[in-house]
Design a protein around this ligand. Structure first.
Ligand SMILES: CC(C)(COP(=O)(O)OP(=O)(O)OC[C@H]1O[C@@H](n2cnc3c(N)ncnc32)[C@H](O)[C@@H]1OP(=O)(O)O)[C@@H](O)C(=O)NCCC(=O)NCCS
Length: 183
C-alpha cells in the first residue's frame, strides 16, 4: 500500500467562486443542527431528524475522542466529517473516519475530499503535539453508499474485510496505513 494519496484525479472541479466560498473548519456547538440536517439527508441511521440530532449531540459530547469538522457555504452547513480515536489516546494512534457527508446538491465537486484533507491535517497536528503518530485509519462503509472508490482515491484505503448484512447491506472495512511522519 502506498499510503495516503495526494492527487485529485477524477473529481469535477468546483467553480473558482464556490471554491472560495466553501470554508472547511473545525465545528463549533452552533453547527450541530446543520450537521444533523446534512447527516439526516445522507444516512438512514440519522432519521428521523430529531433522532439524528440526538446522535450528533452525543458524538459532540464525546470530544476529544470524537471530533467534527464542517464545510460551510453562505453561512449554511453543507457538509461535515466525524473522526473517532479508537482504543485510547495511543502513541500509535488509530483513527476511524466515522462519517462524512455532503449536501446532495453539492456532491462531486471536491467538498468531501477537502473535508478529509483539512481535518486530517489538523488531526495529525494534534497527534504531533502530544508526541504520537498516526498508525492507521479505518473506514467502514456500506455497499449501498458507493464511496469505496472515493476513500481509495483520497486516503489510499484498501478493503480489509466484508461483513454481510450489517446496516442496510454488506459493510466493508477499509484500512489506510499512512507513511511514518517525517521527524
Ligand atoms: C461520499 C461523499 C461524502 C463524497 O463527497 P463529495 O463532495 O461528493 O466528494 P468529492 O467531490 O470530493 O469526490 C466525489 C466522489 O464521491 C463519490 N460519490 C459517492 N456518492 C456520490 C454521490 N451521491 N454523488 C456524487 N459523488 C458521489 C463519487 O463517485 C466520487 O468518487 P471518486 O473519488 O471515486 O471519483 C458524498 O457523496 C456523500 O455525502 N455521500 C452520501 C453519504 C456517504 O455515502 N458518505 C460516505 C459513507 S460514510
Amino acid at each position: 500500500m502506498s499510503g495516503f494519496s495526494e492527487g485529485n484525479p477524477g473529481t469535477t472541479p468546483i467553480g473558482a467562486s464556490e471554491r472560495r466560498a466553501v470554508e472547511v473548519r473545525a465545528a463549533i456547538q452552533e453547527d450541530l443542527p446543520g450537521i444533523a440536517a446534512v447527516g439526516s439527508e445522507a444516512f438512514s441511521g440519522l432519521r428521523p431528524l430529531p433522532e439524528g440530532r440526538r446522535w450528533v449531540e452525543a458524538c459532540w459530547r464525546a470530544a476529544p475522542r470524537m471530533r467534527y469538522w464542517v464545510a460551510e457555504l453562505d453561512g449554511a452547513i453543507v457538509g461535515y466529517i466525524l473522526w473517532l480515536e479508537k482504543g485510547g489516546f495511543r502513541q500509535e494512534a488509530v483513527l476511524e473516519l466515522e462519517q462524512v457527508a455532503v449536501r446532495s446538491t453539492l456532491r462531486g465537486q471536491g467538498v468531501g475530499e477537502r473535508l478529509i484533507r483539512v481535518s486530517l491535517e489538523a488531526l495529525r497536528e494534534t497527534l504531533r503535539a502530544r508526541g504520537a503518530r498516526l498508525k492507521l485509519i479505518e473506514v467502514t462503509t456500506g455497499s449501498e453508499q458507493g464511496a469505496i472508490g472515493f476513500y481509495a482515491r483520497v486516503l489510499g484505503t484498501e478493503v480489509a474485510a466484508r461483513i454481510p448484512d450489517f446496516f442496510r447491506g454488506d459493510e466493508f472495512i477499509l484500512i489506510a496505513r499512512p507513511p511514518p511522519p517525517s521527524s
